[in-house]
Write a protein that binds this ligand. Structure first.
Ligand SMILES: [Zn+2]
Length: 468
């Protein structure tokens, strides 16, 4: 596709749960599967409609005939979630997490911060509005094909969890309501699907670097706004898998170009990257000042004290350089305390240590389907010690760890290397005996006999030496 000719414009909106208690009360931020302690039945709150736009009023009229049932779990919801009590003071840990991110995204902090009420008419909030606070704006991230602007970064409360939709009512669970969320919105500066993936990956890396955000299914929600030549913006919701972004965007462009008269709408992404119609594009939500929460002033001292995490991408580059690792391995040893300990302790190549600690257990897990949890820290030390003392060759590490994962005893005699003299003598004899046979075939003979006992590289060197 020629994206330039298609005048492709993409903007992202990323939501991620912050790993702390709820935003306006002290309830825990955890979803629950147990039975609700009690149920609440509510009709929609009265909305003040002094400047009521048509669509909002229409939606309100429609919603009025319906009601919601809220499942209340005492461990994860209180009178704030049920809207019987005003919000408590904003969760400062959540705000600090967002402040750290906005600095990493080169944004301008808004000070003081005003909590707002964003009207919601789908019952997903007991109060009829979602509380949201814009923390910063006008930032940017760098990509391979240029800068992408960050429009705004908000701190907001998650909505209640939809359990069931019936003809005349909806059922929501209150456990998710009030969990703090960061919302990052980019400018529609993105011009290719690959760039969209790059930005989403980068933002995910920034959030992960701080260690203050939740990870896993349901904790991340990314929406992608796509517009192409002759077609207005369409929002694709529910993108969980970053790798799916280019495919989904391509499919959406093709769909837009086929549709004669484009209309703005919200579509839901399916696992194959195609999308389905969800609802019309809503008008701008009505916002009011949250009068139950004071302005949040951030002092100069507080601003100075915000510490920003070192980005994981930078840490990876450093590890690559420091230990001469490739990028994939470097990414995996990040935060691996055992690796850092072993690199200091043993006079071994860091790549070899990474092989023993990271690659070997992975291979054991995928190839032999064994439980690598059975390999304890002392086992890894045992293998590394043997490697350092040269009592076993490198090749034996995988087999010894496999034996340990099987819960069996390791017989080191099995791996006792052949003495260098003996090996060289044998190779010399073999080369003379099997003149004219390819080196690889000779290699096969030696390795077959001494598998796990000799270093393959050394064998090949000796074979070459004596074949001359
Ligand atoms: Zn609560």
């Amino acid at each position: 596709m020629n994206y330039k000719e298609l005048q492709l414009k993409i903007g992202l909106e990323i939501h991620r749960q912050i790993n702390t208690h709820k935003l306006f009360c002290h309830c825990k931020s955890e979803l629950e599967d147990s039975k609700p302690n009690h149920l609440l039945k509510r009709y929609l709150h009265d909305v003040s409609s002094e400047t009521g736009e048509k669509d909002v009023v229409a939606a309100y009229e429609k919603a009025k005939k319906r009601y919601a049932i809220y499942e209340v779990m005492d461990a994860s919801s209180c009178a704030v979630e049920t809207d019987e009590e005003p919000p408590h003071k904003i969760n400062r840990d959540a705000l600090d997490a967002v402040l750290e991110v906005v600095l990493l995204l080169n944004c301008k902090i808004i000070n003081p911060i005003q909590v707002m009420r964003k009207q919601v008419l789908d019952f997903s909030n007991t109060a009829g509005f979602q509380r949201t606070a814009m923390v910063a704006m006008n930032g940017w991230v760098e990509t391979k094909s240029g800068r992408v602007g960050i429009t705004s970064v908000c701190l907001e409360e998650d909505s209640a969890r939809r359990i069931k939709t019936a003809k005349d009512h909806v059922v929501f669970r209150l456990d998710r309501l009030g969990i703090p969320l960061i919302e990052i919105t980019t400018e529609p500066d993105i011009t290719t699907p690959e760039q969209a993936q790059e930005v989403a990956t980068y933002l995910g890396m920034v959030l992960k670097s701080t260690g203050k955000f939740k990870a896993g299914l349901g904790t991340i929600r990314q929406d992608i706004n796509v517009s192409s030549k002759g077609h207005v913006r369409v929002e694709i919701k529910g993108m969980q898998n970053l790798k799916l972004i280019p495919k989904a965007v391509d499919k959406e462009i093709a769909r837009q170009q086929k549709e004669k008269k484009g209309k703005g709408e919200v579509r839901n992404v399916k696992p194959d990257g195609s999308t389905e119609y969800l609802r019309p594009m809503p008008g701008a939500a009505r916002m009011y000042v949250e009068t139950d929460h004071p302005l949040i002033e951030i002092s100069q001292k507080e601003l100075k004290e915000i510490k920003t995490a070192e980005l994981l991408d930078e840490k990876i580059v450093q590890l690559e350089k420091k230990y001469n690792l490739n990028a994939v391995v470097a990414k995996e040893v990040i935060g691996n305390e055992l690796f850092l300990k072993c690199v200091k302790k043993y006079k071994l190549e860091p790549t070899l240590i990474a092989k023993v600690l990271i690659e070997a257990p992975k291979e054991i897990k995928t190839r032999f389907k064994l439980n690598v949890e059975k390999i304890k820290e002392k086992d890894y030390h045992f293998v590394l010690e043997q490697l350092e003392k040269k009592t076993i060759p490198k090749e034996a590490a995988l087999e010894i760890l496999t034996t340990l994962a099987k819960g069996k005893k390791v017989d080191l005699n099995k791996y006792k290397g052949v003495s260098a003299d003996k090996l060289e003598k044998e190779i010399k004899e073999l080369v003379q005996k099997k003149k004219g046979i390819a080196l690889n075939a000779l290699m096969g003979i030696i390795m077959g006999k001494y598998r796990g006992k000799v270093d393959g590289k050394k064998v090949m060197e000796l074979l070459k030496k004596h074949a001359k």
